[in-house]
Design a protein around this ligand. Sequence first.
Ligand SMILES: [Zn+2]
Length: 185
Amino acid sequence: MVSSSSPVSPPSAPSTQRKRGSSTDSIGMYAVQCCKCHKWRKVPTKDEFETIRENFTEEPWYCSKRPECSCEDTADIEYDSSRIWVIDKPNIPKPPPGTERLVIMRGDLSKMDTYYVMPNGKRARCTADVDKFLEANPQYKDRLPVESFSFATPKIVEDTVSHSSAWKAGKAKKQDKINVSSNNN
Ligand SMILES: [Zn+2]
């Protein structure tokens, strides 16, 4: 199921802790797949994940890149439907200093949205927003080149959505509510 062209993947645990307008993204955990043994290894921080992702094509990731880890070790996590997986695109530039790149799962789990929190706290949702910001704040032009922004969104692995227990539980709850309200009518 994992596309070999984009093997960097942050599995996510969406919706539970997510609040509207929150500035944390929907990704609950980051992982990378070893190019040799194809085991999944957890990546402890978003920063580290963004570094791996940025150079992924030139520098494929191997277990031995991590201290005290080898392909002989058991996988950190298994690729299964106990959580929702989203597959990130490789070679996304690291967000420029002063910005944060967020990916947010839509409430219906149909799609993710990518945006940047700019140094003034405002959100940029597309390249045009970045242009606007740079026009209004020309002092950032050298530090925040437009080409360092990527609004690519991770691909949601549909199979893990439909089988995820959280998703099913949520659906079941919704169904209950519908049943209750139709009984009242
Ligand atoms: Zn390995």
